[in-house]
Every structure is written in structure tokens, then in C-alpha cells.
Design a protein around this ligand. Structure first.
Ligand code: NAD
Length: 347
């Protein structure tokens, strides 16, 4: 069950796993809790440490208890985790994705008044397939001077991600899904991805428009006229690249939220990392994690609360009086979160 909850007569309490993470993560997680609780929704936070601290104490950055907790609650908010350098530890993000079968990586990119960027009217949702393509990691050397990597595309995974994109569009009043591919060259692999998207699109005919773009053309179109696009669905590698491009269109990583979604669990996290040089200074911008929290609210069906959180973040940033250093202000992480929380309460 997604968003496990227990009901009392007057109240639903959502059990949510909270992973504070490393570096600036704990401050951002605190800020996000302040804002989410201002919605009036009751949360039962299951705080689970992971990352640098647990390597020393438990020998791994991702103890099984963290995965068990997410399996139990169905939803997690995760602060960034520093990737250990030069040790045998696997990437926490890849391990979580595999253990929980988080097949969809979802990143909205939306212009905000007060965040400097070249565009004012971008509102994109990037839906990236998270499990296959060249990321399946099947690569090897062929003799000393050549190497090859195998691109895996299946109908099942392609249809699953396309269906996620269309269902999101329907639930959130989106108008159009664009499938992005290179089927003119990779006729079998990307051809199968495109065919799978077309098959799923047929089920939504008349409800959500569908089109496709070749990935190189898509890059040019996004730079020239991003306002023409809505929901994009992509195989893993193109999704990785285009989602950063989209973050750049709206002002960069500091304000970019994200989600990893599976059938039985979902993990919500900012796109940025643990920025160790700002750790513990009450300086970092919590916007991306707070907006990831809003995605979590939407995921568990608390749409009104999600709208209130997003509107409050936008209003505080647009006003410009209580923003963090990266947006030109001098407010601390906590002050920004409290300003957002006050507006959420009033809404
Ligand atoms: P980073 O995103 O942590 O920081 C790069 C720079 O961006 C920072 O120095 C800072 O100037 C700015 N920045 C990032 N987030 C900010 C915020 N919220 N507010 C204000 N400024 C912000 O990238 P990095 O330095 O390449 O990575 C640091 C560590 O984080 C690495 O160990 C990396 O592997 C890890 N990482 C983790 C995740 C994750 O857990 N999802 C994602 C990316 C990187």
C-alpha cells in the first residue's frame, strides 16, 4: 500500500520514513518537516539514519532497516547522501532504486518568479525510465582497445513508464505527453520504446494529446521554446540528460525537486547533493526538498495540501524578502522554512 496510514475518528496519520542524510541534509529535512506539518496533516515520521554516519556504526551507508522502513510506510523523504569515495560501498541511490523497484524518476521543472533564469513560462514534467537502457550496466572490454555497452529496452518497462506518464497527466490536468527517442537510428531498441508509448497513448486518446520527438531535436526545441512542452517520457539515458537540461531552464539544481516511484514505494528527494561545505550553517536553500515534500503530498492524494505548499514556496521566493543566499537573499534555511510554513497555515 502506498502511503500507509492509520485512521482515527477525526484524523488520518501518514507514516512516512524520513532520511535526514548527510551534509546539509538534516537541516533541509527539518525545514521540510516544519512546512509539511504546517498543512495540518498528521505525520508519523519514522526517522532513519543512512549515509556517512552509519558507515562507521553499522558498516554500510544503507542498513536494511532503512529499506524495511520504506517497505512498511510506502513513502520516504530523503535528504542527500554523500557518495563515499574510494571505498567498496555501492551508491545508496542506486541500491534504493533496485531494492524498492523504483521504476519512474519524476522531476518537475517550473519557472518561478524570483529565481533567475532565461525563461519565465516553463512548466515541464520529466518522466524518466529508471531501470534499464544503457544504465543496466552490462558493459565489457572487447580486447585492449575497445569496449561495448548493451542497451536493454523491454516492452514491459516501456509501457509501464508510459502508463505512469499518462496517468500522471490525467490526475494532474496535464494536456500532452511527448515521447522522446532516437528511433530513426536505434530502430529496434528506441523503436520498441516508441511503439510501446504509442500503444499506451491509444488508451488515452481524446483525454491526453500524444506526440514524439527525436532526442536531438527535443534538446533544440526545449532551448528555443520550452513553453510548448508539458509531460516528457524518456528512456533512462535521455531522461538523465534532459532532466538536468530542464532544471537549467528554470534556474538550476537549488530549486529542483524529484521523486523515485515504484508500485509499492516511493522516495522523494531534491536533485542536488549534500553540499558539505554548507553543512550545519543554516544557509542552504531547502526549496528543492520542500517541493519534493509537495510531490509526496500529491502522491498520497493530499492534492490541496500540495497546492498550498507549492503556492507558499512560490510566494515567499517571489516576495524576495526571506530567501537564502543562492537566490540573492540573506535568510537562513530555518527562516525561509518558517516564512513558507506561515503562508501554508494561512492558505
Ligand atoms: P551538490 O549538489 O551537493 O553541491 C554543489 C554546489 O551546489 C554546492 O557547493 C552549493 O554551492 C550548491 N548547492 C547545492 N544544493 C544547494 C542548496 N540546497 N542550497 C544552496 N546551494 C546549494 O553537488 P556535489 O558537490 O557534486 O556533491 C556533494 C555530495 O553529494 C557528493 O558526495 C555527491 O555524490 C552527493 N550527491 C548526492 C545526491 C543524492 O543523495 N541524491 C545527489 C547528488 C550528489
Amino acid at each position: 500500500m502506498i502511503g500507509a496510514h492509520r485512521e482515527s475518528r477525526t484524523l488520518v496519520t501518514y507514516a512516512v520514513t524520513l532520511i535526514p542524510g548527510d551534509g546539509i541534509g538534516p537541516e533541509l529535512a527539518d525545514a521540510t518537516v516544519v512546512v509539511l506539518e504546517a498543512t495540518g496533516i498528521a505525520f508519523d515520521w519514522d526517522v532513519q539514519q543512512a549515509g556517512e554516519a552509519t558507515i562507521a556504526a553499522e558498516g554500510t551507508p544503507l542498513p536494511d532497516r532503512v529499506i524495511d522502513s520504506i517497505r512498511r510506510t510506502g513513502v520516504a523523504i530523503k535528504g542527500p547522501i554523500t557518495t563515499p569515495v574510494g571505498s567498496g560501498f555501492r551508491s545508496v541511490n542506486v541500491a534504493l532504486r533496485q531494492a524498492l523497484e523504483l521504476y519512474a524518476n519524476v522531476r518537475p521543472a517550473r519557472s518561478m518568479v524570483g529565481v533567475q533564469s532565461r525563461y519565465t513560462d516553463v512548466d515541464l514534467l520529466i518522466v524518466r525510465e529508471n531501470t534499464e537502457d544503457l544504465y543496466a550496466g552490462i558493459e565489457h572490454r572487447v580486447g585492449p582497445d575497445a569496449a561495448e555497452s548493451i542497451k536493454i529496452i523491454t516492452r514491459a518497462a516501456s509501457q509501464r513508464i508510459a502508463r505512469y506518464a499518462f496517468e500522471y497527466a490525467v490526475r494532474n490536468g496535464r494536456q500532452k505527453v511527448t515521447a522522446v527517442h532516437k528511433a530513426n537510428i536505434m530502430k529496434l531498441t528506441d523503436g520498441l520504446f516508441l511503439e510501446s508509448c504509442q500503444q499506451v497513448a491509444a488508451d488515452y486518446d481524446g483525454r491526453v494529446a500524444f506526440e514524439d520527438r527525436i532526442v536531438d531535436n527535443m534538446c533544440m526545441q526545449l532551448v528555443q521554446k520550452p513553453e510548448l512542452y508539458d509531460v516528457l517520457v524518456l528512456p533512462n539515458l535521455y531522461g538523465d540528460i534532459i532532466s538536468d537540461l530542464a532544471a537549467g531552464l528554470v534556474g538550476g539544481l537549488g530549486v529542483a525537486p524529484g521523486a523515485n516511484i515504484g508500485e509499492r514505494a516511493a522516495v522523494f528527494e531534491a536533485v542536488h547533493g549534500s553540499a558539505p561545505k554548507y553543512a550545519g550553517q543554516n544557509k542552504a536553500n531547502p526549496t528543492a526538498l520542500i517541493l519534493s515534500g509537495a510531490l509526496m503530498l500529491r502522491h498520497i492524494g493530499e492534492t490541496d495540501a500540495a497546492d498550498r505548499v507549492e503556492a507558499a514556496v512560490r510566494a515567499v521566493i517571489a516576495e524576495g524578502k526571506t530567501t537564502t543566499y543562492d537566490l540573492g537573499g540573506s535568510a537562513g534555511t530555518r527562516q525561509f522554512a518558517e516564512a513558507v510554513a506561515r503562508l501554508v497555515q494561512l492558505a
